[in-house]
Ligand binder design. Structure first.
Ligand SMILES: [Zn+2]
Length: 109
């Protein structure tokens, strides 16, 4: 199994730094699109966090810049909580039951 949390490595922290170095950005999550400020520090709600277009848990590359996008803290934590809850229920997030198109809906949780 995975021995180390990829989010705690120096390489990952560098990726976050690079993302913020690009300047202000919008949260990439459909239905959010919050304006984020590169000079704000975590845990400010409008600071930039590193989001993954394809979640690491879904096989996304944690270090691939192509897979990185600015994400607000609320979306970042909401996604983590959703996955944690799914694990607690003893089931994986139902990918078949949640096609991508639902993620683009403004009504998506
Ligand atoms: Zn957001």
């Amino acid at each position: 199994m995975v021995a180390k949390n990829p989010r705690s490595t120096r390489r990952y922290k560098k990726a976050v730094k690079d993302l913020r170095a690009k300047g202000d950005a919008y949260c990439w999550r459909p239905g959010c699109g919050k304006y984020l400020y590169a000079d704000l520090e975590w845990p400010h709600p409008l600071s930039i966090t590193l989001g993954h277009l394809v979640a690491i848990e879904d096989g996304g590359d944690p270090y691939d810049r192509e897979n990185h996008a600015a994400e607000c803290i609320a979306c970042n934590m909401a996604d983590g909580a959703r996955r944690t809850n799914a694990k607690r229920r003893g089931s994986k997030p139902a990918r078949q039951a949640q096609p991508r198109v639902i993620r683009t809906s403004p009504h998506w949780e």
